[in-house]
Ligand binder design. Structure first.
Ligand SMILES: [Zn+2]
Length: 60
């Protein structure tokens, strides 16, 4: 059956109607901030760059 009830991406609770909920699609503004924080954390999690390997020159 179609799920017409919008749910909060953060806590999965019904987020209500967008016209009545300024934090839509989140249930509350708090959940919106939580999701934003998680998003930024993901952004900061960049894959570790391989350290530049400097070949030691052999001084003759
Ligand atoms: Zn929520």
């Amino acid at each position: 059956m179609p799920d017409l009830q919008p749910t909060c991406p953060t806590c999965r609770r019904p987020s209500g109607a967008p016209s009545e909920n300024p934090a839509f699609p989140f249930c509350t503004d708090r959940c919106r901030l939580v999701d934003l924080g998680a998003w930024f954390n993901e952004e900061y999690r960049v894959p570790g760059k391989p350290a530049p390997t400097t070949q030691e020159e052999d001084p003759d």
